[in-house]
Every structure is written in structure tokens, then in C-alpha cells.
Design a protein around this ligand. Structure first.
Ligand code: SF4
Length: 280
């Protein structure tokens, strides 16, 4: 099937130039590459501009509840394991009201792909600051910027123990397509951080500024090196690519701490899972 065959009959109501168009395109291209049958595909989303993507996809699609797409998708995948299950939401949906679900979805390690379309703003409700809003952001309606530091999505997922963490940009379709492909075939919980611009409620320069801060990961980047992945996540620059990947059956590293001398706690990236390790 061609990418367009994964599109529903609904016309997107996103603003012209919204980064979400690129994500819809990259995702449908990846689904076409992987020859996923639409009747074996589920797309579960939260609430927000990016979560409208469920309605634009030809699949079992559910535009669900604010911040609750992950537990809904987890239940679906456990009941219908034959469905390729994609979860999509925005930075507000996922990292504010939905934040508490992320580490639990990660530790259950059910085979889902979670894509957060991060534009650093609440677009659907007209431009409030989100958990990833940069601190120099100024709201148009007079308030003088955001004091809180933005949350770091990649670091958050790494520290939760996620076995597949990638980042891409909605304006780089070949790259986005590849990241979706790799995430979908990862046989556990996978996370794709997608930088996507809001052309309506962000400053006009925002999208260019974010794009300027992006670099492709170097060819010699070793995605199994957890310490290196954390360094990459902490950078001021946005590294694009598979930042971290852990083979199934290997226990997650504990972020930021070396527990190797403690009995009963696995050392970072070292040991093989015992049978019955959750989700594997
Ligand atoms: Fe996209 Fe922003 Fe328009 Fe929402 S408000 S559709 S995020 S450009």
C-alpha cells in the first residue's frame, strides 16, 4: 500500500504550515514501508492539535482523553497484540497531565510506539506555555515570560528506562520516516521525540531557531552506550537519530547513578534479564 492509502477521508484542519502535516506524512510513509495492513493498525492519541492525527489515519483510531493515551493504548495492545499500535500526542498532553503515565508505560515495556509532537506550546487552546516551552518565551497577552526551565523529553525517557529513544524533526521527512520505521519494529516500548513547529502561536522565528539547533547524530554514535545517550540528551543542541537502543532482554540502566556495588540492583547496561522480567 502507498502512504496515501493510510490517510482517512478527513481533511486536516491544522493551520497551513503546521509541523503536524510532516508528521502525518512521515508516519504514513513508514507504515507503507513496513506494509502494515490498516486493519492491523491502531492509532491512539490524546487531546490537542497533534492528537487530531488519529482522525486523519486509516486505522482503528481513537482520539481519546487528555493525557491518557498511553494507558488506553497499553490496554488495547494487551487485548489485541496483533495490532501495530502507535500513540501520538503533544508536549502539553504528554508531559503535563499525562506525565505520570510515561514511566509506567516504559517499565511495562509493552510493544507500543509513542511519538510526542513537540512544538513547545499548547496550540489547540491558543498559545499557553507547555512543559517544554523555552524560558525566554513571551506570551502575547502581556505576561513576561516563563521562569521554569523546560522539561527535557529525551532525558526523561532515558531516565525512565526506555529501551528505544529517538528524535527527529517534522521538516526532515526522510529522517522522520526512518525513525518511525525503526521505532515501530522495536519489540518493546519505543519513544520518538518529534520537533514540530506551531506557526500560529509560536514566534515566527521559533521554527527556524529550533531547526538551526538540530544536528544529525554522527555515523559513529553507538546507540547502545547509555552514558553517551545521556550526554547527547543534555546537550543544548537537538541531536536527531536513534539516541539510545537497548536489546530486549537487557535490563535498563539506572540513569545518573552507578549501583554496580549494590547487591540486588543491576548495574547500568550490564546484565541479562532473568526470565519473567516485566514486559519481555
Ligand atoms: Fe499547528 Fe499551532 Fe495551528 Fe495547532 S495552532 S494546528 S499546533 S500551527
Amino acid at each position: 500500500m502507498k502512504p496515501k492509502d493510510f490517510r482517512s477521508d478527513l481533511e486536516p484542519v491544522w493551520c497551513t504550515g503546521c509541523g503536524d502535516f510532516g508528521v502525518l506524512k512521515g508516519l504514513t510513509q513508514a507504515l507503507s514501508d513496513l506494509a502494515v495492513a490498516p486493519d492491523k493498525l491502531a492509532v491512539i492519541t490524546g487531546i490537542g492539535c497533534s492528537s487530531r492525527l488519529a482522525g486523519y489515519t486509516r486505522a482503528y483510531a481513537f482520539n481519546s482523553i487528555h493525557g491518557r493515551a498511553l494507558p488506553i493504548a497499553t490496554g488495547l495492545k494487551l487485548a489485541r497484540p496483533e495490532l501495530t499500535t502507535i500513540v501520538v500526542g503533544g508536549d502539553g498532553d504528554g508531559f503535563s497531565i499525562g506525565l505520570g503515565h510515561i514511566p509506567h508505560a516504559v517499565r511495562r515495556n509493552v510493544h507500543l510506539t509513542y511519538a510526542v509532537l513537540d512544538n513547545g506550546i499548547y496550540g489547540l487552546t491558543k498559545g499557553q506555555a507547555s512543559p517544554t516551552t523555552e524560558s525566554e518565551f513571551k506570551r502575547e497577552r502581556g505576561l513576561a515570560g516563563i521562569e521554569e526551565r523546560p522539561l527535557n523529553p529525551v532525558l526523561l525517557l532515558l531516565s525512565s528506562g526506555c529501551g528505544f529513544v529517538a528524535r527527529s524533526h517534522a521538516g526532515n521527512l526522510p529522517h522522520l520516516r526512518e525513525m518511525f520505521r525503526e521505532a515501530i519494529v522495536h519489540p518493546g516500548f519505543s519513544f520518538v521525540h518529534v520537533l514540530a513547529g506551531c506557526v500560529t502561536y509560536q514566534k515566527p522565528t521559533y521554527a527556524q531557531e529550533i531547526y538551526r539547533r538540530c544536528d544529525l547524530l554522527p555515523a559513529d554514535h553507538d546507540p547502545t552506550d547509555f552514558a553517551r545517550a545521556v550526554e547527547v540528551a543534555r546537550s543544548e543542541r537537538f541531536a536527531l537519530g536513534v539516541i539510545y537502543w537497548r536489546p530486549q532482554g537487557v535490563r535498563p540502566a539506572a540513569a545518573g547513578a552507578d549501583y554496580s556495588d549494590l547487591t540486588g540492583i543491576w548495574s547500568p547496561g550490564a546484565t541479562t534479564a532473568e526470565s519473567g522480567f516485566p514486559g519481555e
